[in-house]
Write a protein that binds this ligand. Structure first.
Ligand SMILES: C[S@@+](CC[C@H](N)C(=O)[O-])C[C@H]1O[C@@H](n2cnc3c(N)ncnc32)[C@H](O)[C@@H]1O
Length: 248
């Protein structure tokens, strides 16, 4: 894989970010706004997995690409995933070290997701949580998506959670459904817009959990998409093909 400066930018950015947030409780479950956002995502995620026939999680081969310090993997353990089948890949050794400290029994690997160290079609479920938005280089995003697709079983599921809007952080770039569809051609996709804008949630939740829930229901202030993608032709993809055939 040729050298790409975006990976170095990412390393520097995460080192600075970890130092900045070292004493912060922003991502602690004792932070009520964080708990609100996390639980909203978990409810919808579990619901989607169940509807797609991926519950219970026990016995399923699962991979998180860009697992960071292992927060999402812990949620999957809590939801019943089998520890020996719950894999994580992370680019940055310091972050993976934290994940290993937290979950020493999980198969975790330090690697670039552009070259996943697994044979084709290894996993039932492959997921990414806020990894793609942290990458600015289109080529890396395309390579990551292709690798996620390669290691997925033909009847498997890709779980996607990322934001489409974050105007305050120039080190990230939001991703909308059209781009996700382009990254995973030939997949059927279902998108749900959720997660009340975190700056709003941090103001409203300490004052009223119910008010925050009402704001989230309005959807207009929600900054993320939770999506599930499965190999097979997308209705939008089919429509696109018909239009192309008519135009050419
Ligand atoms: C915003 S963090 C999210 C961590 C975790 N998914 C979570 O939600 O808690 C994004 C993570 O993706 C990792 N990452 C970015 N590019 C990667 C790549 N090419 N291969 C593996 N990991 C990568 C970063 O190092 C970082 O830890």
């Amino acid at each position: 894989m040729p050298y790409n400066p975006d990976l170095d930018r990412l390393r520097t950015e995460y080192a600075a970010r970890d130092a900045r947030l070292a004493d912060s409780d922003r991502y602690s479950p004792f932070n009520r706004a964080n708990l609100f956002l996390q639980q909203g995502r978990q409810r919808l995620m579990l619901d989607l997995l169940q509807r797609r026939g991926f519950a219970p999680l026990a016995g399923q081969r699962i991979l998180e690409v860009g697992c960071g310090a292992g927060g999402v993997l812990s949620e999957f353990l809590w939801a019943g995933a089998t520890p020996t089948l719950l894999h994580g890949v992370e680019l940055l050794p310091e972050r993976l070290h934290k994940a290993r400290q937290q979950s020493p029994h999980l198969p975790l690997t330090c690697a670039d997701g552009q070259r996943l160290p697994y044979p084709d079609q290894t996993f039932d479920l492959v997921m990414q949580f806020t990894v793609f938005s942290s990458i600015l280089d289109d080529g890396i995003k395309a390579n990551l998506a292709a690798e996620m697709r390669r290691v997925l079983q033909p009847r498997g599921l890709i779980l996607w959670y990322d934001f489409w809007l974050n105007p305050t952080n120039p080190q990230t770039r939001g991703i909308r459904p059209a781009e996700v569809r382009r990254l995973f051609p030939g997949c059927r996709a279902e998108f749900h817009r959720l997660t009340l804008a975190p700056p709003l949630a941090r103001r409203i939740v300490p004052f009223s959990w119910i008010l925050a829930a009402l704001f989230e229901k309005l959807v207009v202030f929600n900054t993320h998409y939770l999506a599930v993608l499965q190999p097979g032709q997308d209705a939008c993809g089919t429509l696109e093909q018909i239009i192309r055939l008519m135009l050419y």
